[in-house]
Write a protein that binds this ligand. Structure first.
Ligand SMILES: O=c1ccn([C@@H]2O[C@H](COP(=O)(O)O)[C@@H](O)[C@H]2O)c(=O)[nH]1
Length: 234
């Protein structure tokens, strides 16, 4: 099985902080993730500056009518992300429109992976029930995952708890990117469906996403190195 790689989520509104984390974590993580918090505070040009040759996961979780998602993804092409996100719950037509837009707007040799977010890792069964979904998170993730891959997504964002059922349903091919990762003993914060880095690696995650356990550490480099060691030993 291929090694599980580490993405750090640089969740901050502050340019100096993002630059400092990105620089100090060079060589200790495999990719950086920038999302809504940084993008809404600093804008797209700041993403270009922080990315600066690094492998960029642009996690803006687009969810809108098909035309708007397609045009939004087209607007992001100059940033040359390696991965970007849309919500699987946007439905088949929206995902197909995303596929067509990425194929048209990005050069074939630098086409980002389209990752469909299934069920946010901050949601449990009660949170799904609140929004009218009376399935377990696992059932809903597999249902949305099948839909998204059929409609043209390259991969999925899921929790580590759903890797095995997704692999059973979809095989090895979809890229599985897994947030909700907490090293043993660290606070779960707002995450509900969590696993440790080693558990996620053993379950077959292609990438794990780790934010606060690294960025809130007094020594982010040591925290990232410890996670890499855990992945290597898994
Ligand atoms: O289902 C999802 C989708 C995306 N995320 C993002 O991952 C990181 C996780 O950060 P932590 O600090 O390690 O909790 C964050 O940027 C989320 O937006 C997710 O957690 N769950």
């Amino acid at each position: 099985m291929a090694a599980t790689r580490l993405i750090v989520a640089l969740d901050t509104q502050d340019m100096t902080q993002a630059r400092q984390w990105a620089t100090q974590l060079d060589g200790h993580v495999d990719a950086i993730k920038l999302g809504m918090e940084f993008t809404y505070a600093q804008g797209l040009d700041a993403i270009r500056q922080i990315a600066d040759g690094r492998t960029l996961f642009l996690d803006l979780k687009l969810h809108d009518i098909p035309n708007t998602v397609a045009k939004g993804l087209t607007s992001l092409a100059p940033l040359q992300p390696a991965m970007l996100t849309i919500h699987a719950s946007g439905g088949r037509e929206m995902i197909r429109a995303a596929r067509e837009a990425v194929d048209a707007a990005y050069p074939a040799d630098r086409r980002p992976l389209i990752l469909a977010v299934t069920v946010l890792t901050s949601m449990d069964a009660a949170a799904l029930h609140d929004i009218g979904i009376d399935r377990t998170p696992q059932e809903q993730v597999v249902r949305l995952g099948q839909l998204a891959i059929e409609a043209g997504a390259d991969g999925l964002v899921c929790s580590a708890q759903e890797i095995a059922p997704l692999r059973n349903a979809l095989g090895r091919r979809p890229v599985l990117v897994v947030p909700g990762i907490r090293p043993a003993g660290s606070a779960s914060d707002d995450q509900k469906r969590i696993m440790t880095p080693a558990q996620a690696a053993r379950a077959g995650a292609d990438w794990i996403v780790v934010g606060r356990p690294i960025t809130r550490s007094p020594d982010p480099t040591a925290a990232a190195s410890a996670i890499q060691a855990e992945l290597a030993d898994a």
